[in-house]
Design a protein around this ligand. Sequence first.
Ligand code: SF4
Ligand code: SF4
Length: 101
Amino acid sequence: MAPTPTKPACQRCGHCCRTLILEVSTEEVEAIPILKQKAWPLDGNGKIPADKVTTWSLNHRTAPFTCVFLEGDSHCSIYGVRPQMCREFGPSDERCAMHDR
Ligand code: SF4
Ligand code: SF4
């Protein structure tokens, strides 16, 4: 019997945390309090009132636009409570650095 192909494991290289647009919802920001400490509201440069903001960014506002929770090159400082998008992202996504190898 042929061996079952194994899924490639995430190498935790941090490439996705350094290069992608990282946005989370207000619901998730409210559910994970540490997000609110560093995430910033996408309020259309003040055009959207604070109570109407639906999306928050985890990217630094100025270059390099890495995740505000990334420490060093590849360490997530909130790994245990990272947002759902981070939990769902992995080597199967074509934007993963493993696709460049
Ligand atoms: S999902 Fe891919 S790009 Fe992101 S840390 Fe894992 S191996 Fe690196
Ligand atoms: S929260 Fe953590 S896993 Fe998610 S993008 Fe930021 S550093 Fe990466």
